[in-house]
Design a protein around this ligand. Structure first.
Ligand code: FAD
Ligand code: 2MC
Length: 379
């Protein structure tokens, strides 16, 4: 067992950090206020191979391990967790197309997905079903040409912004086994979007409902086999949950680093505030929490990489632990900045806002406990 990063992994981290410092950090506040990330950012990330981090090399992807991918998301989140989280969703879709799509679908879809000329959104949640995802109602009816999709997806990251939507929909019976995954291109007749959701965090990326009214798509837009879509969606989320954890970790680490610098400069009662032992203990607690979170996350990624049977539970465990640790640390960092922490200029309040939703999306942390507990009880 080796806890050190390899030279290659160090190089990946340096590359992602360098890019984030130059191309994301200077604009993160501006995009947060504007509510939009310029689409020109994505091809630049794709040039580094970040459009398909764990898409296989033979399919044109970067072929990195899940652990390597967490390093990238951790590094990018040091600049902006919202941008990194959005990139993770696209990566989840690209991986699903590579892993479960037919050769024809891969050839048709992957080049533009990997170059990020096509940005993908992942559509599982509906207004009436979030945690109970297998209760979804969006229906795909078979037609001569392919499928016609009707229904509404809620809370879609990239709704009205993405170039293509990977939609989990019902082609058969009730429950998980009646669900398929089908791709709808932007501009398909019958596809429309709800209003922009006014959110606490993740403000730089648009969240909207995605509405489908008899959207006709060719049969070739089906991912893999009919009735397997729920399993594909869940397998996609295993990686997504690792990435979201890495986003919490990277942003919380950035908040802690900024807090250390701030505390060395800020003076009260005749000394810099990093000299108060009460505050030093808080720093130590935060450091311990983030180190523990990092180890747990990397172990979960290693389990997914090595196909461990308990990998889904390990990913859920990591998401619950790391996203909660990340939010606790970010909140403490805000506190240690005093009133300045509450001001947008210092960047900490944005981290607090952005990280909060990581305890809700990609499966709430209650559902993460349910997955962990089910795995324990089944043993
Ligand atoms: P509900 O399922 O209604 O849950 C309400 C509460 O009950 C929660 O606290 C939940 O944990 C709890 N609960 C439910 N069932 C149980 C249980 N069995 N035991 C204990 N507690 C339970 N979805 C997508 O498909 N694609 C996206 O791109 C996407 N992006 C999102 C972006 C944002 C900013 C947000 C806020 C959400 C996004 N989502 C997306 C949706 C997200 O995944 C759901 O909000 C989440 O899964 C929870 O579903 P819900 O909101 O319907 O809550
Ligand atoms: N990995 C692999 N397979 C999985 C899996 C996972 N993580 N989770 C479930 N499955 C399989 C499971 O093995 C079963 O397959 P089989 O019948 O072949 O054994 C099938 O999927 C059905 O699973 P369950 O029987 O456990 O289904 P149930 O309905 O009881 O519970 C639950 C499923 C609650 C775990 C699932 O609905 C869930 O994860 N809910 C949370 C929803 C969620 O995460 N939404 C995120 C939306 S995306 C988002 O927020 C973004 C920002 C992009």
């Amino acid at each position: 067992m080796d806890f050190a990063l390899s030279e290659e992994q160090e190089a990946i981290v340096d590359m992602a950090r360098g890019f984030a410092a130059q191309e994301i950090a200077p604009y993160a506040q501006e995009w947060d206020k504007a509510g939009e990330i310029p689409k020109t950012l994505w091809p630049k990330l794709a040039e580094l191979g970040f459009g398909g981090l764990y898409v296989r090399e033979e399919s044109g992807g970067s072929g990195l391990s899940r652990l390597d991918a967490t390093l990238v998301f951790e590094a990018l989140s040091g600049a902006c967790a919202s941008v990194a989280g959005f990139l993770s969703i696209h990566n989840m879709c690209a991986w699903m197309i590579d892993s479960f799509g037919s050769e024809a679908l891969r050839e048709e879809r992957l080049p533009a997905a990997l170059s990020m000329e096509s940005f993908y959104a992942y559509c599982l949640t509906e207004p009436g079903s979030g945690s109970d995802a297998a209760a979804l109602k969006t229906r795909a009816v078979k037609s001569d040409a392919g499928y016609e999709l009707t229904g509404t997806k809620a809370f879609i990251s990239g709704g009205g912004y993405a170039d293509a939507y990977l939609v989990m929909c019902r082609t058969g019976e009730d429950g998980p086994k009646g669900i398929s995954s089908i791709i709808i291109n932007d501009g398909t007749p019958g596809l429309s979007f709800g209003g922009l959701e006014d959110k606490m965090g993740w403000r730089s990326q648009p969240t909207r409902q995605v509405q489908m009214d008899a959207c006709a798509v060719p049969a070739g837009n089906l991912l893999g086999e009919e009735g397997r879509g729920f399993t594909y969606a869940m397998k996609g989320l295993n990686g997504g949950r690792l990435n979201i954890s890495a986003c919490s970790l990277g942003a919380a680490q950035a908040a802690l680093d900024a807090t250390l610098t701030y505390m060395a400069e800020r003076r009260a009662f005749g000394q810099s505030i990093d000299q108060f032992q009460a505050l030093q203990f808080r720093l130590a607690d935060m450091e311990i929490e983030l180190q523990a979170a990092r180890v747990l996350l990397r172990q979960a990624a290693w389990k997914l990489d090595t196909g461990a049977p308990d990998a889904p539970a390990a990913c859920a465990m990591a998401k619950k632990f790391v996203t909660e640790a990340g939010s606790r640390v970010a909140d403490q960092c805000l506190q240690l900045h005093g009133g300045y922490g509450y001001l947008a200029d210092y960047g900490i309040e944005k981290i607090v806002r952005d990280l909060r939703v990581h305890q809700i999306l990609e499966g709430t942390n209650e559902i993460m406990r349910m997955i962990v507990a089910r795995n324990m009880v089944a043993k």
